[in-house]
Design a protein around this ligand. Structure first.
Ligand code: FES
Length: 108
């Protein structure tokens, strides 16, 4: 239980409008709704100091606002140049209408 971090309400995350969440001791996080499924990644682009939540979501792709690079929201994999390093993703647990992540887990 203690390894779960509560981020925001599921209902506050609309498709195409990723939500930035800031929690002490964690990197800035981005919460996405893709077809009704919730995903969480680090919010900072791996190419520079841009917040992905300031970018543009198209389905399961988020485009960085700075140089047009993009990532796969589900896997964190870079999808367009100049992004070459995956953005970290987190295991999501939905509980009582809230988005939680498992603190010490994550792919990439
Ligand atoms: S900072 Fe994101 S593509 Fe350059």
């Amino acid at each position: 239980m203690s390894d779960k971090l509560r981020l925001c309400e599921v209902a506050s995350v609309k498709e195409g409008e990723p939500v930035g969440v800031f929690i002490e001791g964690m990197p800035a996080l981005a919460v996405y709704n893709v077809d009704g499924d919730i995903f969480v990644t680090d919010n900072t682009c791996t190419h520079g100091n841009a917040m992905l939540t300031d970018g543009y979501q198209d389905g399961d792709i988020v485009e960085c606002p700075f140089h047009g690079g993009s990532f796969d929201i589900r896997t964190g994999a870079p999808k367009a140049f100049p992004c070459q390093v995956a953005v970290k993703t987190y295991a999501v647990v939905i509980e009582d209408g809230w988005v939680n992540i498992l603190k010490n887990e994550g792919a990439a």
